[in-house]
Design a protein around this ligand. Structure first.
Ligand SMILES: Cc1cc2nc3c(=O)[nH]c(=O)nc-3n(C[C@H](O)[C@H](O)[C@H](O)COP(=O)(O)OP(=O)(O)OC[C@H]3O[C@@H](n4cnc5c(N)ncnc54)[C@H](O)[C@@H]3O)c2cc1C
Length: 407
């Protein structure tokens, strides 16, 4: 059990995103009054990322509305923004920053999230990614100079690619989405559900080209030319890629923590004594339908819950821990797709509301006849009502008999 913080402790949080901020804020709200330093590679104060691709890019939300700060806790912290941590000395609990400063603490928190996976293409410097606010600013500036009529090509039909395409189409840009596989989200939601989602782009008037793997992107004057593996080419005014993310752990090379697809932590988020990792970067023991597994889950809700839980653990809260039920949503092609739990693409799928092709439906995922997830299209209330199915292992038959989604 983690020892509760004393006010003589010094907390250093590396990563000023959702997890790092929510933890810092919660420690203050729970009474920790000692020194607390937040280190962030980005120049901006903590802000919310999901609206970047959904609203900011669409022009329906201002940057100023993204702040995660609600109270005045931030004024009680030391901020080191716009400077990345470059190394961690676990034994000395010392973090070195890119500008040479060394920040020492008695507790260190790793909350550096993930970074967008980059495409190795000739015109790599001109390909956009949307992970952070400066990325959105750069993309919009680039588009404002784009030749009218020439399409924006989005490489990758996953959640980020679909949201980028939707938002740019909303702004009036012609958009073409290239997906390497036969269907977007095939390796995330599996063959059945990815099939049901396949006609969303065309219904929204957005062109999706499947089985379209990109070989290279090259510059031709102001334009970019996307070369596909099948030999065809596409001229674009701009190219945006959403091809996955990787844990931001380079700065931890050589540190005495276990790196294996993220920072491996124990049940109390400890990566080493007095060093914790939370949020997208953390690979943590998660109790799923098949028992406890090490999982790294890139969801807003998970980062938020990690922060709340670590704050409770570090401030001596001894009550029962609530189950962590992963939740994810995406607004794409005019529809809300929501996922509860952590289903695998190989899980069995059964529709319990609607039919394939309907405007709204809800499906149960199961593994070995135990519910592993709930995926819904345009059915937020039914999805919320289904949460109880994932709070503890629930047999598929019991789930169908209870039918909480109908409540
Ligand atoms: C465009 C977009 C849309 C999304 N939409 C959804 C959605 O609809 N639903 C959903 O559930 N989730 C969504 N997510 C995911 C969600 O935003 C993340 O799960 C959440 O932000 C994770 O919080 P985090 O604090 O772990 O990481 P982040 O929010 O990524 O914060 C990590 C911070 O650490 C900083 N950092 C990295 N390396 C260093 C270093 N060496 N030194 C100092 N600082 C460093 C980074 O710059 C960053 O500011 C979306 C993410 C993006 C990018």
């Amino acid at each position: 059990m983690s020892e509760p913080l004393r006010d003589s402790d010094v907390v250093v949080v590396v990563g000023a995103g959702l997890a790092g901020w929510r933890l810092s804020e919660a420690l203050r709200r729970r009474g920790f009054a000692g020194p607390l330093t937040v280190v962030g590679a980005e120049p901006d104060r903590p802000y919310d990322r999901p609206p970047l691709t959904k609203q900011v890019l669409a022009g329906t939300l201002e940057e100023s509305e993204l702040s995660l700060e609600r109270g005045d806790e931030a004024s009680t912290m030391t901020w080191r923004l716009g400077v990345a941590a470059t190394s961690l000395d676990v034994a000395a609990r010392r973090v070195t920053l890119a500008d040479g400063e060394v920040v020492e603490g008695s507790r260190i928190v790793i909350a550096t999230g993930v970074r967008a996976r980059r495409l190795a293409v000739s015109a790599g410097k001109r390909v956009h990614y949307v992970r952070a606010l400066p990325d959105v600013r750069r993309l919009l500036a680039d588009l404002s100079r784009a030749r009218p009529g020439s399409p924006v090509v989005v490489i990758g039909g996953g959640f980020i690619g679909a949201e980028v395409a939707t938002s740019l189409a909303h702004r009036g840009y012609p958009v073409i989405v290239l997906e390497a596989l036969e269907r977007p989200l095939l390796t995330v939601l599996g063959p059945t559900v990815s099939q049901w989602l396949l006609d969303l782009p065309s219904r929204a008037g957005i062109e999706l080209r499947t089985s379209s793997a990109v070989r290279d992107v090259v510059s031709e004057g102001d334009d970019l030319v996307v070369q596909l593996v099948d030999g065809s080419t596409l001229r674009a005014s701009a190219v945006v890629a959403g091809v996955g993310a990787e844990p931001a752990t380079e700065w931890l090379a050589g540190a005495d923590v276990t790196l294996d697809n993220g920072v491996v932590v124990d049940d109390e988020f400890a990566a080493a004594p007095h060093v914790a990792a939370i949020g997208d970067v953390a690979r943590f023991p998660w109790r799923g339908p098949s028992g406890v597994e090490l999982a790294r889950i890139e969801h807003w809700q998970v980062a938020n819950d990690h922060a709340a839980e670590l704050a409770r653990l570090w401030t001596g809260f001894a009550g029962a821990r609530p189950p962590l039920i992963p939740y994810f949503w995406s607004d794409q092609y005019g529809a809300k797709v929501q996922v509860l739990g952590h289903p695998r693409p190989t899980d069995d799928v059964r529709l319990v509301i609607g039919e394939p092709g309907d405007a709204r439906w809800l499906a149960l995922y199961s593994r070995d006849d135990v519910v592993s997830g709930v995926v819904a299209l345009r059915s937020p209330r039914a999805l919320t009502l289904s949460r109880s199915l994932l709070a503890a292992p629930t047999a598929l038959g019991d789930a169908r008999a209870q039918a909480p989604w109908a409540g």
